[in-house]
Design a protein around this ligand. Structure first.
Ligand code: HEM
Length: 155
């Protein structure tokens, strides 16, 4: 069982790194380069976004499965009771994760809106701006979640 728990922790941290790293790369590297080259919004930027967000969901589901697995096997897990700092931080993580899921769902819908409005530059730019706001919001939620994880490790 120790190996399974160890592998779960590795998969959990790895999927968190892939998720957060992907979002930061998108907003801090890819979008600025595309915009500088006048290729955003464009069919290629939309093709990339349409590939990226489903890929992101695979890391979110991996985080959920490995996180729940690690939680229920942890002796500090008390079911629905949040009477200890560890359980309070875990509950905060689950709440933040639900917000991350909702924000990712919104982002996937906005990518479709960008694709539908490629013929209207003003509308497409407005949707691109909304997408970047949602990505920034996801990154902030991710940082808060990792802060909770850090607290759980020392609680
Ligand atoms: C419902 C969703 C989640 C659940 C149930 C969950 C649960 C857990 C549990 C039980 C641990 C082990 C804590 C311990 O050993 O005391 C953990 C560790 C961790 N979690 Fe999550 N997690 C979730 C989502 C996330 C998300 C969204 C992120 C990042 C964006 C994240 C990042 C981490 C990190 C970095 C650790 C490792 C901390 C360490 O090893 O010290 N988790 N998580």
């Amino acid at each position: 069982m120790d190996f399974v728990l160890w592998a779960s922790r590795v998969m959990h941290i790895l999927s968190a790194a892939v998720w957060a790293g992907g979002l930061i790369f998108m907003n801090a590297v890819l979008h600025p380069v595309f915009r500088h080259q006048g290729a955003m919004p464009s069919p290629s930027s939309v093709a990339l976004q349409r590939r990226f967000f489903p890929f992101l969901w695979s890391s979110l589901w991996t985080m959920l499965a490995t996180g729940v697995f690690m939680a229920v096997l942890n002796p500090r897990f008390l079911g629905l009771s949040v009477s200890t700092l560890w359980t309070q931080l875990l509950a905060a993580k689950v709440f933040l994760f639900l917000l991350i899921l909702f924000t990712s769902w919104q982002a996937a819908r906005v990518v479709r809106r960008i694709e539908d409005s490629l013929g209207d530059a003003e509308a497409a730019h407005a949707w691109e701006h909304t997408l970047e706001t949602l990505i920034r919001r996801s990154i902030a939620l991710g940082i808060l979640t990792v802060l909770c994880a850090g607290g759980m490790a020392v609680a």
